[in-house]
Design a protein around this ligand. Sequence first.
Ligand code: MG
Length: 210
Amino acid sequence: MGMRIGYGFDSHAFKPGVPLVLGGMKIEHPEGLAGHSDGDLLLHAITDALLGAVSAGDIGTFFPPSDMRWKDADSTIFLETALEEIATAGYRIVNMDCVLILQRPKIVPIAGEMRARVADLLHIPDRDVSIKAKTPEGLNHEGTAVAHVTVLLESLPEPGESRAKVAEVEDNAGADDTDDVLVRALIDGEEPYSTRRLGRKPSYDTDDLT
Ligand code: MG
């Protein structure tokens, strides 16, 4: 079983008069987050964690802020692209842990709803997503929101591989040891896909203003 880990970070400044969008949710608050897109830094950090886990570049690689198509864009678009990239590379999410650092609004009352929303966007159960919130004690960045995200991925079996292995084992093994051989074969067969199979191999561009 191949495993890969990813890490994502993002920060945005608060700005009066724009809607606050966090974790794919619109939140009632006098200020939103400045950004080229909708400013959803949690989804941006998640997107970077997923892309990083399969060495596929970062959010700025796919959605450069110089491209006006992404002006005020819904950040769920970025997340969907990252999910396609990990699936193309042959991986799925095991679990994700997120930390939000911001003074206001308080996240605790909405953390459950946000967790359910993020899990829904990732197509995984709520139990595989953790969202924690901290206030920026001693950091002197009350006007800024920050997100850190780690994700663990596991490899998917090659398409059709399991069926082929079963047929091979049934042909070659005696009745008594079929199960053991099958288990070993399936375990041996679950090598991760190479990330070189990604349809797009982006050049690195760390200019991320999304
Ligand atoms: Mg961002």
